[in-house]
Ligand binder design. Structure first.
Ligand SMILES: [Zn+2]
Length: 193
């Protein structure tokens, strides 16, 4: 008779030894091999837990990780016939120190094609952003769809644009703490930095 497996390291080692002797076949073969020579109190549960934890067995019994299917691309990435900068992602980076003063960069990323436009800001007010937006709109086209994070300046700019532009203008804010949803511009910002 052996001490209980949960209190005895020796018992656990012995179970492992017998489990290896039966070539790592499951509990139904390991148990009789042990019972022929030893008795372990509460043995079934102990043998089962040692066999379940066996690393060599895991290599054969573990099922492959199921890769999740890719989600559908959002529709605003797929408007192939839209003009450049009709659907844009907006983000800022900075501050950068340029000639001893702080500056920021606002990036406009075309959501359909891999095109970016950068604007230089001397401060991060909604006013400065509005000027940057007007310059970009003048160079390309007036965006009808914008996606960005929830920065206060963007919210303010969105309110200004919604009040002044036509109804078919949409500004989508990604949920807080979910930067991956703005992956398309976060990736470009990384390159700019
Ligand atoms: Zn095993």
């Amino acid at each position: 008779m052996l001490p209980q497996a949960k209190s005895s390291h020796f018992t656990r080692l012995l179970i492992r030894h017998f489990h290896a002797l039966v070539y790592h076949i499951g509990t139904s073969y390991t148990s009789p091999a042990i019972w022929r020579e030893y008795w372990i109190p509460a043995g079934c549960a102990a043998i089962s837990s040692v066999v379940t934890a066996c690393q060599k067995c895991k290599r054969f019994t573990t099922r492959p990780f199921h890769q999740l299917d890719d989600s559908q691309l959002p529709s605003f990435h797929l408007e192939i016939n839209s003009s450049p900068f009709k659907n844009v992602g907006v983000d800022t980076c900075g501050p950068l120190i340029v000639e001893n003063s702080k500056s920021w960069i606002v990036i406009f990323v075309d959501l359909v094609g891999p095109t970016v436009d950068l604007e230089f800001l001397t401060d991060m007010t909604a006013d400065e952003l509005l000027h940057a937006f007007r310059r970009v709109a003048a160079r390309h086209t007036l965006p009808s769809f914008i996606v960005s994070d929830n920065a206060k300046q963007f919210q303010l700019l969105s309110a200004i644009l919604s009040a002044t532009l036509s109804n078919d203008f949409v500004w989508k804010f990604i949920p807080d703490f979910s930067q991956w949803q703005g992956g398309v511009y976060e990736w470009q910002i990384k390159i700019v930095k």
